[in-house]
Design a protein around this ligand. Structure first.
Ligand SMILES: Cc1cc2nc3c(=O)[nH]c(=O)nc-3n(C[C@H](O)[C@H](O)[C@H](O)COP(=O)(O)OP(=O)(O)OC[C@H]3O[C@@H](n4cnc5c(N)ncnc54)[C@H](O)[C@@H]3O)c2cc1C
Ligand SMILES: NC(=O)c1ccc[n+]([C@@H]2O[C@H](COP(=O)([O-])OP(=O)(O)OC[C@H]3O[C@@H](n4cnc5c(N)ncnc54)[C@H](O)[C@@H]3O)[C@@H](O)[C@H]2O)c1
Length: 475
């Protein structure tokens, strides 16, 4: 083995989390070793956000064409070339890939090793035949699809996010187990590209979102022709012709469904196997690395960030975590995580976006001492012009008006949620949103109107009328 590499920061994993730390640290003057065993860019670029959003973009495009008559534009029904759609997906990945490439990170000054990293001690690991010793390590090894223990699942060729985007023929009937963001996004994408789609979900679809927003999603998905089985338990899977047969229980009855393809999207497992974590003194609990508010593991010189922590698994959270690590590891600042204003968006049509507390979470934390206001997309002129009137915004505040959470189900919800993220992170009151000027006609007016609705009972109440009458009498 060659001479050990001595470095300031050694990052394990070249996904969103690892790349953010490596790029930031090396450009701030630290010596950085970056280790990636597979494809640079990790899940987000190769098997997650990017391919799924590119696939959804194609699906939404096909759907928009099929609705063009509503705008007085008549076309023949669109035909989908599924292989062509997947070529578009690959193109988008290829366009972004140079940004995450080994070459770019080497140009930035990182030493990149392409191999599996394994700790051999508390401050050293081995990868690519090299020993690496570092002042600080960052474990950013991500997650992979968790496979549920459904009898017979191992006997069929099921897909996960790792293999789904390699499929170039449109499934005749795609069955999806799991109605979380992956299951629901891929259900709508495939349905709108021509597949029959069935979703089997053990609870409610999108269980982390507000039920009022989920109701909008459910309606849209059913309207697309997706068969949703909620509160359904997959009991057994078996091969059936070139596809599979699934037996499930639903509403007390046993049902059998045959599909050409099966996607398993039932959550994620952190990648912590075969990493020598015990030798490094890094403790795990319930299959995930334990960490403190500064993202330090039980070995204070080793941080864990991104999906591997088993927390909020989003690319923007990986980047946020990276910022906390850089402040701690490079600047020795005791920066701590604060996840109170984390937005997330499910990119179906209409989009479902949430930041801060849902109504249920707010009631659990603050009791009934909260206020909830809603506003409908149907009241918005821009939504009317775009024929996108399905949806609502829902905002939860304290009794004094501090914004606790906001949820939006509707066109471009993901773009609209940013204002509420800022408002919550800056601890703003609802009056700040009510008082800003929103250009007309924009969907952004929905935010102003819902904030205005908070004041409606007092503004148009008896007391105000009395004061106005009195002032008018004064001349
Ligand atoms: C289908 C899908 C759609 C998604 N859509 C969105 C979205 O729209 N928006 C959003 O915010 N999030 C989305 N996500 C989640 C997002 O992709 C993840 O939260 C994000 O990629 C996590 O980044 P990470 O760096 O923690 O992990 P990863 O991207 O998984 O990167 C970890 C890297 O570590 C490497 N590695 C693992 N073990 C080792 C080892 N021992 N040695 C060396 N290398 C190792 C892996 O090969 C991998 O490249 C989606 C996920 C999926 C699956
Ligand atoms: N737009 C986005 O930001 C986006 C998109 C996709 C994924 N993601 C990220 O990736 C993570 C993983 O997504 P996911 O959808 O796989 O996981 P998830 O944990 O969010 O949802 C999994 C769903 O599968 C269900 N489930 C679990 N076991 C089941 C079983 N045996 N039978 C039926 N249903 C079962 C769960 O009840 C849950 O609703 C998400 O939590 C999210 O953080 C984000």
């Amino acid at each position: 083995m060659s001479t050990p590499i001595e470095t300031d920061i050694c990052v394990i994993g070249g996904g969103s989390a690892g790349l953010s730390v490596a790029a930031g640290a090396v450009q701030m003057g630290a010596r950085v070793v970056l280790i990636e065993k597979s494809r640079m860019g990790g899940d987000c670029l190769n098997t997650g956000c990017v391919p799924s959003k590119a696939l959804l973009a194609a699906a939404h495009h096909a759907h928009a064409l099929s609705r063009s008559a509503e705008f007085g534009i008549h076309t023949s029904p669109p035909t989908v070339n599924f292989a062509g759609v997947m070529a578009h997906v690959r193109d988008v990945i290829a366009e972004i890939a140079p940004h995450d490439s080994v070459e770019r990170f080497e140009r930035l000054g990182c030493t990149v090793i392409t191999d599996h990293a394994r700790f051999t001690g508390k401050n050293e690991l081995v990868a690519g035949g090299q020993t690496v010793r570092a002042r600080r390590f960052v474990i950013a090894t991500g997650s992979r699809a968790a496979i549920p223990p459904i009898p017979g699942l191992g006997d069929v060729n099921y897909l996960t996010n790792e293999t789904l985007f390699e499929n170039t023929t449109c499934p005749d009937h795609l069955i999806i187990i799991g109605g979380g963001p992956i299951g629901i996004e891929m259900a709508q994408a495939h349905r709108r590209l021509g597949a029959r789609v069935t979703v089997i979900e053990q609870g409610s679809i999108l269980p982390k979102d507000d039920p009022d927003l989920v109701a909008v999603a459910r309606h849209a998905l059913e309207d697309d022709g997706i068969s949703l089985y909620e509160n359904a338990m997959a009991k057994r899977v078996e091969p059936h012709g070139p596809g599979c047969r699934i037996t499930m229980t639903h509403k007390g009855a046993e049902l059998t469904i045959d599909g050409s393809h099966l996607l398993v999207a039932t959550g994620r497992s952190p990648n912590i196997a075969d990493m020598g974590l015990d030798l490094a003194g890094v403790e795990c609990a319930k299959g995930a690395i334990t960490f403190d508010a500064r993202l330090r593991t039980s070995n204070k010189k080793i941080f864990a960030i991104g999906d591997v922590t088993g927390g909020l698994q989003f690319t923007h959270m990986a980047a946020y975590d990276a910022g906390i690590v850089i402040r701690n590891a490079l600047f020795r600042l005791p920066a701590k995580i604060n996840y109170s204003a984390v937005p997330w968006v499910t990119f179906i049509d209409p989009e479902i976006a949430q930041v801060g507390l849902t109504e249920n979470a707010a009631r659990a934390r603050h009791g009934n001492d909260i206020r909830v206001v809603t506003w409908d997309y149907a009241e918005n002129d821009r939504a009317r012009a775009e024929r996108q009137t399905c949806g609502l915004i829902k905002v939860v505040t304290t009794a004094s008006g501090r914004i606790l959470g906001a949820g939006i189900a509707g066109h471009q919800a993901g773009e609209l949620i940013g204002l509420w993220s800022l408002a919550i992170s800056r601890k703003m009151k609802i009056g700040a949103v009510a008082g800003h000027i929103a250009p007309y006609p924009t969907l952004g007016e929905i935010s102003k109107r819902v904030a205005g609705a908070w004041y409606t009972p007092s503004l148009f109440g008896k007391k105000t009328r009395k004061i106005v009458r009195l002032l008018l009498r004064l001349g």
